[in-house]
Design a protein around this ligand. Structure first.
Ligand code: NAD
Ligand code: MG
Length: 401
């Protein structure tokens, strides 16, 4: 009798495992066979060392890394006697990212995700990309590292994952356009005057997806979609004029691809990130996942409307950044981060976020070519610095008035 072939567990690393994407990733891994099927090399987090330690023990990780060096002692203690390696700090994150892994979940939020993800790409891991900054701020550089390492780039952001599922890679010339869907957020139907007066709490309430405050506000201002337009251009090698955005309040159609014969393909599903994560983990196979199935009869209707760029200027800013190229994406993103924090802290109003970003883009131009990670950090820093000055000037003015 022949023995069944021994299945080698796939080596995976989950960066940002304590976040929403990271927790969903561990959930998917456990549904798809857990330790039998996957060997978890690294899990990482920042503040929440208790959860990180628990995750590391549950999945049998080789190493747990916290980005926060002051939490090293806590993590070390929580994992003492477990045999799991412990490390802390930015350099440790990069070292862990360079471990020989087959699949790497880029689930760290913000610019902090850039260096570890670039390192994993350079070393040849398949990159499941949830982090937005890698493509928005460093698109060309990131592609270069992926090409150098020879791994695959598998988008996890639900729109790009949808497009990946329906994009006919054997006939890219037949693709005319990519249509990104956007929920439109909670202010879809407000007029300009009403939008000017919204508070951070109102902006944080997302109708369909449950997310953190920053991403919820980015969704309300459509800056999230703006970043996704830039991501889509880099991911699928499109021209800026081939990227469209349509508001679709139900978030059931996750995005669409339009072909030269007039066909439009769409990917649909319930809003659950585990579909995209599972797709990126099992690709090119389809995994079996316990996500809620779409019930069309219950849905009854799907709506679509054109976004109003006067009320959502972020979309026009994305187009500007895509056309300008170079480090414009890094500049847009850096300025947006500062403006977002200023809005959360109530220093500026909701619509002023786009004003700040536009002014920073006017003043800094393309910021040169994205030749190195240092150049990306420099553009990001310059944009943040200038945005802070602009926020301070506005706050001072509103105090005087
Ligand atoms: P989250 O805030 O829930 O988790 C972020 C993770 O990054 C946590 O593990 C946190 O500890 C870690 N982290 C935070 N700051 C860090 C730092 N300075 N250094 C190292 N690690 C740090 O965020 P999330 O919702 O899981 O999103 C992760 C990324 O995926 C984001 O870029 C987000 O835009 C993107 N994304 C998320 C969703 C979603 O539904 N949650 C959908 C699409 C894309
Ligand atoms: Mg998205």
């Amino acid at each position: 009798m022949t023995q069944p072939a021994e299945i080698t567990p796939r080596r995976v690393s989950i960066f940002g495992s304590t976040g929403s994407i990271g927790r969903n990733t561990l959930n998917v891994i456990s549904h798809l066979g857990g330790r039998e099927a996957f060997q978890v090399l690294a899990v990482t987090g920042k503040g929440n060392t208790d959860l990180l330690a628990r995750q590391a023990m549950e999945c049998g990780a080789q190493i747990a890394v916290t980005a926060d060096e002051t939490r090293y002692g806590d993590l070390k203690q929580a994992l003492s006697g477990s045999g799991i390696e412990v490390a802390a700090g930015k350099a440790a994150l990069i070292e862990a990212a360079e471990r020989d892994t087959d699949w790497f979940m880029a689930g760290i939020v913000g610019m902090a995700g850039l260096a570890p993800t670039l390192a994993a790409a350079r070393c040849g891991a398949d990159i499941a990309l949830a982090n937005k900054e890698c493509l928005v701020s460093a698109g060309e550089l990131f592609h270069r590292e992926i090409a150098h390492g020879g791994g695959r780039l598998l988008p996890v952001d639900s729109e790009h994952n949808a497009i990946h599922q329906i994009f006919d890679r054997s006939q890219p010339h037949s693709i005319e356009r990519i249509i990104l869907t956007a929920s439109g957020g909670p202010f879809r139907s407000l007029d300009l005057a009403e939008m000017a007066a919204v508070s951070p709490d109102m902006a944080a309430a997302h109708p369909n997806w449950s997310m953190g405050i920053k991403i919820s506000i980015d969704s309300a201002s459509m800056f999230n979609k703006a970043l996704e337009m830039i991501e889509a251009m880099h991911l699928f090698d499109m021209r800026p004029d081939q990227i469209e955005v349509i508001i679709h309040p139900q978030s059931v159609v996750h995005s669409m691809v339009g072909y030269s014969d007039g066909s439009v393909l769409a990917q649909l599903g319930t809003p659950d990130m585990r579909t995209a994560i599972g797709y990126s983990l099992a690709f090119p196979d389809r995994p079996s996942l316990p996500v809620e199935r779409l019930d069309f009869a219950r849905l009854a209707q799907l709506d679509f409307e054109t976004p109003d760029e006067d009320r959502f200027p972020s979309l026009g800013l994305a187009r500007r950044a895509m056309e300008a190229g170079g480090l414009s994406g890094a500049i847009l993103n850096g300025a947006k981060e500062v403006a977002l924090e200023a809005f959360i802290e109530r220093h500026i109003g909701f619509l002023e976020m786009a004003d700040i970003v536009a002014s920073v883009m006017d003043r800094l131009g393309t910021g040169g070519a994205a030749v190195s990670i240092e150049a990306v950090y420099e553009a990001d820093n310059a944009a943040r610095l200038l945005a802070r000055e602009l926020v301070a000037a506005r706050s001072a003015k509103s105090l005087v008035n």
